[in-house]
Ligand binder design. Sequence first.
Ligand code: AMP
Ligand code: ZN
Length: 105
Amino acid sequence: MTDCIFCRIAAGELPSRKVYEDDEILAFHDIHPAAPVHLLIIPRQHVDSLAHCDASHQALLGKMLLLAPRLAQDMGLKDGFKTAIHTGVAGGQVVFHLHIHVIGG
Ligand code: AMP
Ligand code: ZN
């Protein structure tokens, strides 16, 4: 059993408001939304942060990033949206399981 919140969400051990899932990635609503739409896209596989990614994560990162505009469209963000990846303590990262914020509205 892991103490990583997002691994536990990916495993279904903790609840989340999922908007997308497949065998590699998951997207759900942020529990403390900073805007009317605030989603998080995570890999199922645990990776601490973007700084812990290497060439083996290239396809996964591309897939996560390409999901952002699809979800933004699904959520009605017709005029655009913001993405953010906090990396490390100085980058404001609080949950050390890689995630992309998708924010809009
Ligand atoms: P950061 O690590 O700075 O990118 O921020 C982590 C984000 O995860 C914050 O926006 C939190 O509100 C969000 N968060 C933390 N726990 C949960 C949870 N159980 N379900 C959904 N979002 C969460
Ligand atoms: Zn994790």
